[in-house]
Design a protein around this ligand. Structure first.
Ligand SMILES: Nc1nc2c(c(=O)[nH]1)N[C@H]1C(S)=C(S)[C@@H](COP(=O)(O)OP(=O)(O)OC[C@H]3O[C@@H](n4cnc5c(=O)[nH]c(N)nc54)[C@H](O)[C@@H]3O)O[C@H]1N2
Ligand SMILES: Nc1nc2c(c(=O)[nH]1)N[C@H]1C(S)=C(S)[C@@H](COP(=O)(O)OP(=O)(O)OC[C@H]3O[C@@H](n4cnc5c(=O)[nH]c(N)nc54)[C@H](O)[C@@H]3O)O[C@H]1N2
Ligand code: SF4
Ligand SMILES: [Mo]
Length: 731
């Protein structure tokens, strides 16, 4: 018998794919579940598949989630839900999830494990971290997290502070810290794009919002704005989904955003298109900025960026003349060693065009009242943190309170500025997510002790000494968007019980804390943390769940009465304390280079897959079917030049290493640019190979050495590379 599956959105019989009896059965089973009328629908918010934010309706039957729908009442998504969100039930119910604490029995990375009790797991972790603390001091232990997911990030910082280490490692170097911290230094706050009020223009600058919906800037909000007249401009090397609806598209050469932003400033200042009263009253150093950007003429900038001079002028004029206008800035601006300068230039642009702190521009989102996070994390216990943390020895920017992974690895491998020998990692997969994976492998192996808390066995967990099984989203009470700077708190109540012995991270941290540093710091029950955070706002967790979300009041033009929270009280186009902080006073440019290394004639960059979150969820079958292989995208002309056909295996090489991905031809990108997929490993591969982390992993190609000083940021996008068909014999 043949089993046929209609392709997505298709009602025609010819659009079918043959499928296995097992898959057909699974789908029929799912349909019968969905049609059953004994499903209980529970309201919650999505998370852990990106930063989250969509309000969801979870259909529950027999303590299992069987279906997910977008909640039409959701204030950020109004019923929208993406593929990842829809796959939540499958993610939760996956048979291979970690369900018990494990202890390594064989050599590190050999894939041999023994099941242990929670008590033994916590004692083992505590014993090992304490031993390192006794020998080398608490700072020789690091607490690490990747993309913050919920309250667990702050509970982790709390545990680190109480334990006494200043080193909380995070991926913020390539994700949001540059925007946030540079914003604070320049204008006193983190300027987020305001999609909650009308704008005349929204600029998508290296942000692929219809796929990534970053930090709750759910694309549905922008699409609604566009229906009501907001125009868009896209600054992206790729013809993204929204380009077809854009007024302008600036297809720049990857890695040249600093030059383009300075070119915009040049045009706007030379043509007098800036907001004169604002510049006069509320900016510091305008004349110096004006003199500085004179060199960045459209003609010069065009050589570097490949954007025609007229289009640079048109883009700059459009932004300056459309008030209010917002800039939705994406990862592209912060996955570059020049991220500090790009961010500086963009905040200057917002400022001189009068788009800061105005409705529909880039705003300081006002947070709902809650316990200040500094209090929650007990920052008072470690007042010397800025001086003690690894960052200090590297002259990183003040106010960056997490350690960049590249500096963390240096501490392990070179003992600089001091040795780090132990790590507790939650919600992160450094072997695939950090730049320069072979170096990460060496660093993880050099640790005396590594504990990893995850929902699934990953390449990183495979190198751990102890692995902890966590309960994840929908399985415990959590608060979403806490500390993200978007002015909202979301209720994410428990919908079902976690499987077997899985504990939520916040419970693990609370219980580990009790063993590690007993005393008055810990809560009897971890859920008390939720109430403690909400109490100053006059709520408890149950009340938050009843309301669904809290949003701070919308307040604009606050500077008129209070000034900007900078040393001069104005937006600092020139940083007044640059010398004291060791920062360049004006936004720099890496150089108006037009040449390219002849050995590496193409430029490599990336975007995130709409079906995965970083390296996560390659094991969720429905998502894997949508995107089964790591794809290298190239222009058909490029493929022809290199003798590559669609579907061929291709070797991608940079100075750092080589990987293999599958060719996909597209004219959405420039012939000199290639896009490789990021985040790949193969859960179906062997444990001893740590699940094939070397084969297709983008970070085999990146370097953690040439990093920006301010944020320790490596170049992840805009890297010189070369390609060739993979002719090696296949096993
Ligand atoms: N589906 C999905 N959603 C996610 C995530 C995920 O992994 N998957 N991750 C979440 C996280 S943690 C984050 S931080 C956000 C990030 O979300 P985004 O900021 O959207 O990140 P990316 O997809 O990496 O890149 C965005 C855009 O940058 C473009 N680009 C590439 N190189 C350059 C360049 O040199 N200059 C410019 N101007 N553009 C360039 C790409 O074509 C792409 O359109 O997404 C969140 N949402
Ligand atoms: N080359 C390149 N490198 C990049 C990026 C890029 O675009 N290109 N993007 C960067 C960005 S923006 C970021 S934010 C980082 C992301 O870096 P990471 O956050 O380290 O990335 P993930 O691969 O998503 O790893 C998250 C892990 O958390 C697990 N997990 C899921 N839910 C839970 C939970 O509730 N608790 C716990 N304990 N674990 C859970 C998942 O199974 C997964 O293994 O990567 C950065 N690295
Ligand atoms: S866009 Fe993000 S928050 Fe919304 S359903 Fe998808 S994964 Fe969840
Ligand atoms: Mo991120």
């Amino acid at each position: 018998m043949q089993f046929l599956l209609a392709n997505e959105g298709s009602v025609f019989l010819e659009h079918v794919t043959e499928t296995s009896p097992l898959e057909a059965y699974t789908i029929l089973e799912r349909i019968s579940i969905i049609m059953a009328d004994d499903i209980r629908w529970v309201k919650t918010h999505c998370a852990r598949l990106d930063h989250g934010g969509c309000a969801l309706l979870a259909g529950v039957k027999d303590n299992r989630i069987v279906k997910i729908k977008g909640d039409p009442e959701g204030f950020l998504n109004k019923g929208y839900v993406c593929y990842k969100g829809l796959a939540s039930a499958e993610r939760l119910n996956h048979p291979s999830r970690l369900k018990h604490p494990l202890k390594r029995t064989g050599e590190r990375g050999e894939g041999k494990w023994e099941r242990i009790s929670w008590e033994e797991a916590l004692e083992t972790i505590s014993g090992n971290l304490d031993k390192i603390k006794a020998e080398l001091g608490a700072r020789a232990v690091a607490f690490c997290q990747g993309m913050p997911k919920g309250l667990e990030h702050f509970a982790l910082i709390r545990l680190a502070n109480i334990f006494g280490t200043p080193n909380v490692v995070g991926t913020q170097d390539v994700c949001h810290a540059p925007r946030e911290v540079t914003g604070v230094h320049t204008c006193g706050f983190y300027p987020v794009a305001d999609f909650h009020h009308p704008s005349r223009l929204a600029v998508l600058w290296g942000s692929n919002i219809t796929s990534t919906n970053e930090e709750g800037e759910i694309c549905r909000l922008l699409l609604d704005r566009m229906k009501n007249g907001t125009e868009i401009m896209v600054v992206d090397p790729r013809r993204t989904a929204l380009v077809s609806r854009a007024r302008l598209w600036l297809q720049l050469r990857p890695g040249t955003d600093d030059a383009l932003a300075l070119g915009f400033l040049n045009v706007i200042i030379e043509e007098g298109l800036y907001d004169e009263p604002f510049v006069e009253n509320w900016t510091h150093g305008f004349d110096r900025l004006a003199a500085h950007v004179k060199a960045f003429t459209p003609a010069k900038v065009s050589e570097t960026t490949w954007v025609p001079p007229d289009l640079i002028r048109e883009g700059a004029r459009l932004y300056a003349r459309s008030r209010p206008a917002s800039i939705q800035w994406g990862n592209a601006i912060e996955q570059s060693s020049t991220t500090f300068d790009i961010s500086r230039a963009l905040v200057c642009l917002m400022a001189i065009c009068g788009n800061l702190d105005v409705a529909g521009g880039n705003i300081k989102a006002n947070e709902p009242k809650m316990l200040p996070l500094g209090k929650f994390v007990r920052a008072d216990l470690i007042p010397s943190k800025p001086k003690e943390m690894i960052n200090a020895a590297h002259g990183a920017i003040p106010r960056l309170m997490t350690v960049p992974p590249s500096l963390f690895k240096k501490a392990i491998l070179d003992d600089f500025p001091y040795p780090v020998r132990g790590a507790y990692m939650q919600g992160t997969n450094p072997l695939v997510a950090y730049a320069q994976s072979p170096q990460t492998f060496d660093a993880l192996n050099k640790l005396d002790f590594l504990a990893v808390a995850d929902i699934f066995m990953t390449p990183t967990a495979a190198l751990a000494d102890v692995v902890l099984p966590v309960a994840t989203h929908f399985e415990f009470n959590d608060i979403g968007h806490c500390g993200l700077g978007h002015g909202i708190l979301l209720a994410r109540p428990r919908v079902v019980d976690p499987p077997e012995e899985c504990w939520p991270d916040i419970k693990i941290l609370n219980e580990l804390g009790k063993v590690l540093v007993p005393g008055e710091y810990w809560y009897e029950d971890y859920e008390e943390m939720l109430d403690a955070l909400l109490k100053p706002g006059g709520y408890n967790y149950t009340q938050l769940v009843e309301r669904g979300f809290l949003k701070g009041e919308s307040l604009f033009n606050k500077y008129e009465s209070r000034g900007f929270k900078t040393p001069t009280g104005k937006v600092e186009l020139v940083l007044s304390q640059a010398e004291k902080w060791g920062l360049p006073p004006l936004p720099r440019c890496r150089g108006l280079q037009a040449s390219q290394d002849p050995d590496y004639p193409l430029i490599l960059t990336s975007r995130k897959s709409r079906y995965y979150l970083h390296s996560s969820y390659r094991w969720v079958d429905s998502l894997r079917r949508k995107n089964p292989h790591p794809k290298i995208e190239m222009h058909p002309e490029t493929a022809l030049e290199y003798g590559i056909q669609d579907g061929d295996e291709v070797v991608i090489e940079t100075k750092m290493g080589a990987i293999t991905q599958v060719a996909h031809l597209t004219d959405a990108i420039h012939p000199k640019t290639v896009y490789a997929a990021y985040g790949w490993w193969f859960p179906e591969s062997s444990a001893e190979s740590q699940y094939g982390w070397k084969r297709s992993n983008y970070n085999m190609l990146t370097s953690a050495e040439n990093i920006g000083k301010e944020f320790g940021t490596p170049d992840l996008k805009g890297i010189p590379c070369r390609i060739r068909p993979d002719t090696a014999p296949k096993p």
